[in-house]
Design a protein around this ligand. Structure first.
Ligand code: HEM
Ligand SMILES: *[C@@H]1O[C@H](CO)[C@@H](O)[C@H](O)[C@H]1NC(C)=O
Ligand SMILES: *[C@@H]1O[C@H](CO)[C@@H](O)[C@H](O)[C@H]1NC(C)=O
Ligand SMILES: *[C@@H]1O[C@H](CO)[C@@H](O)[C@H](O)[C@H]1NC(C)=O
Length: 500
């Protein structure tokens, strides 16, 4: 290796810079903080353990230090809240999910209103009043849309067909019913819009998928760097917004016109854009470009919250089903009886009868295998009931495995798959309780959970009725683990027509 005298000052500078970062970043803990897990390497702290060995690492910490404890990852102190303490985080207005994720998932760069707390309020209200309370009326439309997707994407499997899931985890299957509910039956027919919905989150993630190495210096530095392409005008998201705008405009204009002409005779279509048009805050006489932008932004925030999550979990549930032959007959039988009863057209009461499927889904959601997720940031310093205090700005991770793999609630083998636990205990898939946190809890509990669970149940019902579903290995396929997070397996699933 060629070594010159000029390289020596470089080494010195690197050394000084590292040392400076070390001093600046050295975690300083206040009084009565949760115990800090000791670490050996400065700056790096527990980052490696957290990235490559999260399950074992956190389990050991939990055992040694109790609940909660703090660790040092990517240059920040994170407090890890388990089963005993995490409820306090979710029940308090002092903790915020969006604020905790804005540096690694800077959605506000493309959808500016997302950081406005009033937007969240509007979203939750819209989802509750416009989707959840209308779910029974959407049942027919959702199953039609899901059948279109199933026929298109899986289709005839008279001989076994391997369907790859790795690309989008059935996001396009989910985006059709979502489009139908959000932007109405007419626009949902448009393949470009369905594709824009399916791809939006994926394309957004593709620009920001850089490990937060620069967070060692400061999370804001990471946020600045990953959003550079956006700020230089490279924005793969904007084409999706344009697609929606183009198709939304004539429909909104027609509705305004019809309303004016028909007056009380106007029959409002059931969908979210109609809900928005009738919202006093969104009242308008003309559809201006600004107005369209505002609505599109709102719709895409719902898309980000709904499609990636729902498609991830229908995919996991299908893998969970495919890998467990011992459950096939029992769950198929329930679907076949319901199908016969409703003659192939599900009504809301039939969805309520899918109790085994619901219980199975709950178990799939519980055993999702994310170790820690849903970070929340404290907006003010906070003292827990046990007297421990954390400062303002602290990230608190939800130790999901500690919540979900609790022996009191799920018996001596809490990690095993208990398909009928929900059924036997009268817990439905959308019902949060202290040992089931997949939809969060407390004040900010996911308002879309009933919609998501309905979609997944209708989708699985139809898939199980139409196909035998197997894994390529014939066994349970492993999830893909990213640090403390989990994603569905990527082996693909084998579909084969069921003979009727
Ligand atoms: C299986 C699918 C889904 C999962 C696992 C999921 C999970 C979650 C979780 C964990 C939270 C945070 C709760 C908290 O901070 O306490 C959340 C919030 C939220 N979810 Fe979902 N979600 C799903 C589907 C959906 C769907 C379909 C929609 C929209 C129709 C939606 C809309 C939202 C919104 C708007 C919030 C923010 C609520 C607030 O801050 O008050 N989610 N979701
Ligand atoms: C959801 O987002 C993750 C990254 O957070 C990505 O890896 C995954 O492919 C996405 N899933 C779907 C179904 O789009
Ligand atoms: C299981 O969870 C409950 C409720 O949060 C808690 O009271 C109990 O101590 C937990 N059991 C164990 C073994 O951690
Ligand atoms: C099951 O739970 C639901 C709501 O959570 C409740 O309305 C119902 O009465 C419960 N049924 C039984 C048998 O406990």
């Amino acid at each position: 290796m060629y070594f010159s005298f000029e390289t020596i000052p470089t080494f010195v500078w690197v050394f000084i810079a590292t040392y400076a970062i070390y001093w600046i970043k050295k975690p300083r803990l206040g009084k009565n903080e949760p115990p800090m897990v000791p670490y050996k390497i400065p700056i790096i702290g527990h980052t490696a353990d957290y990235l490559f060995n999260a399950e074992k690492f956190l389990a050991e910490c939990r055992q040694k230090y109790g609940d909660p404890f703090s660790i040092y990852v990517f240059g920040q102190v994170n407090t890890v809240a388990g089963n005993e303490i995490v409820h306090e985080v979710y029940d308090s207005e002092n903790f915020n999910l969006l604020s905790a994720t804005r540096d690694v998932f800077p959605l506000y760069r493309v959808l500016k209103s997302v950081l406005d707390p009033r937007t969240t309020e509007q979203l939750v209200k819209t989802i509750r009043e416009g989707i959840t309370s209308k779910l029974p009326q959407y049942t027919g439309r959702m199953q039609k849309q899901l059948m279109i997707s199933i026929n298109k994407e899986i289709g005839d499997c008279s001989s076994p067909k391997l369907i790859k899931t790795a690309n989008d985890n059935f996001a396009s299957m989910i985006s059709r019913p979502v489009a139908d509910v959000l932007v109405g039956q007419e626009i949902a027919k448009n393949e470009d819009v369905v594709k824009a919905f399916a791809d939006f989150t994926k394309d957004f993630i593709s620009i920001i998928a850089i490990p937060p190495i620069l967070s060692f210096i400061h999370p804001k530095v990471h946020a600045q760097v990953i959003t550079l392409p956006l700020r230089f005008g490279f924005n793969p998201i904007s084409k999706h917004v344009l697609t929606l705008k183009k198709h939304l405009k004539p429909v909104l204009e027609k509705r305004l016109k019809d309303k004016k002409i028909l007056g009380d005779e106007y029959k409002p279509p059931l969908d979210i854009i109609e809900y928005i048009l009738n919202n006093p805050e969104y009242k308008t006489k003309v559809i201006t470009d600004d107005y369209l932008n505002k609505i599109c932004e709102f719709i895409f925030i719902i898309i980000v919250a709904s499609i990636n999550t729902t498609s991830r979990h229908i995919t996991c549930a299908l893998y969970d089903f495919a890998g467990r032959p011992e459950l096939w007959d029992d769950i198929y039988e329930e679907q076949a009886i319901i199908d016969k009863e409703c003659n192939g057209v599900l009504l809301p009461q039939h969805i309520n009868k899918m109790v085994k499927l619901d219980s199975f889904l709950r178990e799939s959601l519980r055993t999702f295998d994310a170790v820690a997720a849903f970070p929340h940031r404290s907006l003010e310093s906070h003292t827990f009931k046990n007297g421990m205090t954390i400062p303002k700005g602290r990230i608190v991770q939800t130790y999901l495995m500690d919540v979900h793999y609790n022996t009191t609630a799920y018996g001596p083998e809490p990690k095993s798959f208990l398909p009928y636990h929900g059924l036997e205990n009268n817990f439905s898939a959308s019902k949060t309780d202290k040992n089931y946190f997949i939809f969060g809890s407390g004040k900010h509990i996911c308002p879309g959970r009933f919609f998501a669970v309905n979609e997944i149940k209708i989708g699985m019902h139809k898939l199980i009725l139409n196909y035998h579903i197997k894994t390529p290995s014939g066994k349970i396929e492993k999830k893909v683990i990213y640090g403390p997070l989990a994603e569905p397996p990527i082996t693909g699933l084998i579909f084969e027509n069921r003979k009727k």
